[in-house]
Design a protein around this ligand. Structure first.
Ligand code: GDP
Length: 314
């Protein structure tokens, strides 16, 4: 049988492009389709495309994503787009006879006050963090879709939950980005303008677990090749930093020596979401990129691709 390749849904995003780099580096065949050619929210179009192109498997990295401000302000976009994309791709893969699919979720699926580090079994044991519950509900639905098609049709569909991610092709728009690209940009611009202070949202006390997207890509491809269980699997860095510590680290990587002030009128979001990734570690996956070197390479990427090309709202 001809190998039609692994469809990377969302190949232009930060996660999808990292997975594509890794698979192509391993000499494996991949399949991609641009957003201009296929709207993943269009059920008929997705089913037709899957039946016509017949990928050997799917790595599902497509999603509407954003930081705390975007999640809080565009709840309808986050729940509708993600639910539509998930039902279309997962049901469509089944209709097209594709037996293998890896769905990517997020650590925000877990309850706001889950035990730390959070085991996979904490899913659906308590209320969610309100700033991103819309996105979280859609991602929980994605896990359940994979489990339902496995249970009813025997499909080998699995789900991987990453922690907070960063790396090349991150979104540097201050309104919609996550905290790492926001701080890289804010510190860089403050350095250039010789500003006396940088404003960081919230109290600085929330703790976050950050994983470089190239480490995640290895975990996802490893799961694609070897993991085949009903339960989703966590993929995190295994360590956490406070937003205050992160701001100090980004300031030092960028070379900014002014003050950091905290704007407590902005939400903190969930206080802590360190995942227990021992299940994936037991299968042999380990993160390799430490936060400081990952931040340094992200800053270089920012300088090369965003700052120097004037694509600041990219
Ligand atoms: P979250 O993990 O879903 O809350 O995603 P974010 O990456 O957007 O935010 C993580 C934490 O960083 C939250 O406590 C934010 O309030 C805090 N934070 C501090 N400054 C910023 C900023 O400029 N942008 C964003 N997105 N978050 C920031």
């Amino acid at each position: 049988m001809t190998d039609c390749g692994i469809w990377i849904a969302g190949h232009n995003g930060m996660v999808g492009s990292a997975i594509k780099r890794l698979l192509e580096g391993q000499g494996r065949k991949t399949l991609v389709v641009d957003r201009s050619e296929l709207d993943l929210r269009d059920q008929g179009a997705v089913v037709r495309w899957l039946k016509a192109n017949k990928p050997s498997s799917v790595i599902f990295a497509a999603a509407k994503v954003g930081g705390i401000y975007a999640n809080d302000h565009y709840p309808a976009d986050f729940i509708y787009d993600n639910l539509a994309i998930e039902t279309n791709i997962i049901h469509g893969a089944h209709l097209a006879g594709i037996d293998r699919l890896v769905f990517l979720g997020s650590s925000c699926i877990y309850p706001k006050f889950a035990p730390q580090p959070i085991p996979e079994s904490a899913l659906l044991t308590g209320p969610l963090e309100p700033t991103n519950e819309w996105y979280a509900i859609a991602k929980i639905a994605g896990i359940k879709l994979c489990q339902a098609y496995r249970k009813q049709y025997g499909r080998r569909y699995i789900s991987v939950m990453p922690c907070n991610l960063y790396g090349p092709r991150d979104n540097y728009n201050l309104q919609t980005s996550h905290v790492i690209p926001a701080l890289i940009r804010k510190f860089h611009e403050a350095k250039l303008a010789a500003s006396s202070q940088v404003v960081v949202w919230g109290s600085g006390r929330p703790l976050r677990e950050f994983l470089h997207v190239d480490d995640l890509a290895k975990g996802v491809v490893y799961c694609h090749d070897h993991y085949d269980e009903y339960e989703h699997v966590n993929c995190g860095a295994g360590s956490e930093v406070s937003i205050r510590q992160l701001a100090e680290l980004v300031g030092s990587v960028v070379g900014y020596s002014g003050d950091v002030v905290f704007d407590v009128s902005r939400p903190d979001g969930t206080p802590r979401k360190l995942m227990d990734s021992s299940k994936l570690a037991a299968l042999g996956w380990r993160p390799e990129i430490d936060l400081r070197s990952g931040l340094a390479s992200s800053y270089s990427w920012y300088l090369e691709h965003i700052e120097n090309q004037g694509q600041r709202e990219a």
